[in-house]
Design a protein around this ligand. Structure first.
Ligand SMILES: Cc1ncc(COP(=O)(O)O)c(C=O)c1O
Length: 466
């Protein structure tokens, strides 16, 4: 559409009247719905956002689990400024740059076990997909070219690109894009609160984990390349596995020569109270993917970290071994890597993992107190500063509200009205404030949650119940 108007005039007009231009941008929601009350953030500092009208929000979600060290972090800003003036881009086809090498070395040092070979990308989808490609190519390079299948979980989210979407298990985001890539199998996740096998932890034998071994067996291990899981699932309502779950997956993968991939796009960089959830659960995967909180929202950055013995398979004479065949234009961008280094310095020097444990425990205790008072909170789960609640109509039977009630959405919208940003879904609400959050911030989040919950329930009962 060409209006024939000069660009400066167009920009000035757009700034003066953002609302008129809302049809020109796709957001994640249904645009017609969103445009009724558009959320347009204009500024941020610390743990707060201000929208275009000047209203302040406590960011109880780190944007979307991204702003690990808070908004406007001086150390990160200074590092980025320095890097912009030194080298803003380097040619990825022919090499890399000093900051990318430094960050790779730091990650190799910090990651658990022998996870030590790093591939940088910009976003989570790119690195989870890179991990799948790594697994397939690894097996080709090491004499098992028939291994290509990937086992992942229903309700999971590994990203929007076609490969990462194929690994994902959310029908609401998949169906519209089907058919997806072949070779992806899905198993049930460890939703203990609603065990898909009708069992009760601990008498369940951790069926959800042992069955992964059976699936690999039934598929023929010689065809299976990898198992990919989020240590704590997000979509599906903060799916926090029992302690035995990931160790069993590790054993299953070892037994069958299958690579274990942890998607730590959300859980990485301190969120669960350790630098990586792999440490929180005491399991070293073969490939670990980090994103979101690594760049901290200051620049797009993600990393796939591979165990050294596996990465070694990609090292060899060029005539026989092409190296890891995977690349994007902006991988290892120096500005992004400078942001990543500064974020890691902040997390380590200020012991933000420790703060995530302390404030996470406060958030958890507060959510459990709310659950005692409000029976619609059926379950509380998560680790560190990654916590969620599941909403139920009947706590005894765990019956959900009918879809039309969408209580979680109502509570989340009320929380936004009261100035708290959280993640909400019809049946669950999740919180992931920046790792710099204080006790006062946590208490405010809890107070606004309770107020929003009570109001949403009152509104629903005024309308004849939910
Ligand atoms: C667990 C997980 N993996 C992967 C992704 C994809 O990351 P991105 O949106 O940066 O591509 C997300 C994004 O929300 C995620 O939560």
């Amino acid at each position: 559409m060409s209006s024939g108007r000069a660009l400066p005039e167009l920009i000035a007009d757009a700034q003066a009247s953002e609302e008129r231009f809302l049809r020109q941008i796709f957001v994640r929601d249904q645009m017609a719905e969103w445009s009724k009350r558009p959320l347009i953030m204009a500024r941020a500092e610390g743990v707060h956002y201000w929208d275009a009208s000047g209203k302040r929000y406590l960011d109880a979600l780190s944007g979307i689990y991204v702003v690990s060290v808070g908004h406007g972090n001086r150390r990160v800003l200074a590092a980025i400024r320095r890097q912009l003036e030194t080298l803003a881009f380097s040619p990825p086809m022919h090499g890399t740059n000093p900051v990318a090498v430094r960050l790779a070395n730091v990650l190799a040092e910090l990651a658990p076990g022998d996870l030590s070979a790093v591939k940088f990308q910009c976003g989570g989808s790119e690195v989870t997909e890179a991990a799948v490609k790594f697994a397939r190519q690894y097996h080709k390079l090491t004499g098992s070219p028939g291994r290509y299948k990937v086992v992942s979980r229903y309700l999971s989210w590994h990203g929007s690109t076609l490969g990462s979407l194929s690994a994902s298990g959310l029908k609401s985001r998949k169906t519209v894009n089907e058919p997806l890539a072949p070779g992806f199998l899905h198993v049930f996740p460890p939703t203990c609160y609603r065990c898909p096998f009708g069992k009760v932890y601990k008498d369940c034998g951790i069926t959800c984990a042992t069955l992964v071994g059976d699936v690999v067996e039934m598929e023929d291990p010689a065809t299976v390349a990898a198992v990919i899981v989020e240590p704590i699932g997000h979509t599906g309502g903060v799916i926090d596995p029992p302690p035995e779950y990931l160790p069993i997956l590790r054993e299953v993968c070892d037994r069958h020569g299958v690579l274990l991939i942890f998607d730590e796009i959300i859980t990485g960089v301190g969120r669960t109270g350790s630098l990586f959830a792999a440490e929180t659960f005491g399991v070293v995967p073969d490939l670990l993917c980090v994103g979101k909180g690594l760049g901290g929202g200051y620049a797009p950055l993600s990393a796939m970290i591979a165990r050294k013995p596996l990465a070694d398979a990609f090292w060899g004479p060029a005539g026989e071994n092409p190296g890891f065949v995977e690349g994007h234009t902006f991988e290892g961008n120096p500005v992004s890597c400078a942001a990543g280094l500064a974020v890691l310095e902040e997390v380590l020097e200020r012991d933000l993992c420790g703060n995530a444990r302390v404030q996470g425990a406060r958030l958890r205790a507060g959510l459990e107190r709310l659950a005692e008072k409000h029976p619609v909170i059926g379950d509380v789960r998560g680790k560190g500063l990654f916590q969620g609640i599941e909403l139920v109509r009947d706590r005894r039977t765990k019956e959900r509200f009918p879809p039309s009630a969408a209580l979680g959405v109502k509570v989340g919208r009320r929380a936004l009205e009261h100035g708290v940003l959280c993640r909400f879904d019809p049946d669950w609400i999740a919180f992931g404030p920046p790792l710099v959050a204080t006790a006062e911030h946590i208490d405010e989040i809890l107070a606004v949650l309770e107020r929003s919950l009570v109001e949403a329930l009152e509104e629903a009962s005024g309308r004849g119940g939910v």
